[in-house]
Design a protein around this ligand. Sequence first.
Ligand code: F0G
Length: 458
Amino acid sequence: MSQPAIEPYRIKAVEPIVLHPPEMRVSLMEQAGYNTFKLKAQDIFVDLLTDSGTSAMSMNQWAGIMMGDESYAGCRNFFNLQDTVMDVFGFENFVPTHQGRAAENILFSMIIKPGHIVPNNMHFDTTGANIRSNGGTPVNLVIDESYEVSSTHPFKGNMDPNKLTALLDGEGKGKVPIIMHTITNNSGGGQPVSMANIKEIANIARGKGIPFFFDACRFAENAYFIRTREEGYAQSSIAEIVKEMFSYVDGWTMSAKKDGLVNIGGLLAVKDDELMGNIRDTLILIEGYVTYGGLAGRDLEAMSRGLREVLDLDYVSFRVNQVKYLGDRLTEAGIQIITPVGGHAVYINAKDFLPHIPQSEFPAQALVCDLYLEGGIRAVEVGSLMFATTNPETGEVVYPELEMIRLAIPRRVYTSTHLDYVADTLIRIKSKSHQLGGYKIVKANGLLRHFTAEMAPL
Ligand code: F0G
């Protein structure tokens, strides 16, 4: 039997949550068009929609909020953040943004031209969409093991160097303006990237004169996996590992809403001075002046403190092991999840959970809906609703390899008892899974249709 990890903190402020009666959940779900993004948060008991912007801040961060300097230019919190970015990542040039996708948008609008191809281990949905909206094509070059649900590979987020070289020498010759690596690989199950792989991809990029960037939002969780799984790092601190990881890249985008332990904020850092100059100009145009970039001074302070706190080994060890505890409980009950368990979330294989529902009828979305109906729990679909594409020439729908639901665990928010409740609810659903049916789309549009689509049970 798995043992829950013990929280290395105690609770100082509480936020009540309510479990509505089952019949009320049925009607709320219907009103939401069977899309959990459209539910009101107050109607959810345990919210595992995302680990993004949902962290509980520490008393140190809340104290920092009171230190906010709301001057338009040159606020003290920017300089604190500058020290943090230098100390933690070794980067001098950076701008704050209001969140990760703003950093992506600014960067890509500067370097991507129509016809360009951007490789990544696996693009997150906003990264891919930001590339497409600038006329580029995102491609995923993660190792094949990443697509094996039950693999035991310790670094399933690694990029396949052979696939990358083949792209750079073939179809992508002269068309790749940047190589990205997402740490950890969210779309592939929160899987880490090894230091060896980071070095290898950096070498390939350098050999071709192509800038190499991280999509870095879960950098501390990635570093923890390097410490515990990669030879030579067991005695290193998380801070040392992070510093080394970032020494191999030319820049990075970051949603600080994850390992920045804040509710809002992002960063964009690059080594190239000329590129940074252009970034600053665009930032002023669309986010704000260079010392606040779409955030209040107090937000910068909370981010600056969060980026240091997240390096604490007790914190990050608890964090990763809390997620693993939920994964282990599900595995023990015969529910197939992506293994090894990722850093921020447990991903359930909906193809295995609901084998009788074809991908055209959105099995992962069916499970997401039932999780709310059964237990007031919110998860997110990472499958056909999010990723299926239509071939414009043939009209044929191409379904993603993985059909998952993600249970993303907010940082420092829920206790092991909440996670036991989630596990028990899923085990109950599993025992009657043959009763669940598929769904159809009633209304959908746009590059990111899963946010707004309306569904109906078949
Ligand atoms: N990159 C990755 C790997 C992400 O997981 C996210 C956000 C972003 C970029 C964009 O950052 O939200 O601050 O604009 N992921 C959230 C999630 C939304 O639920 O996984 P953002």
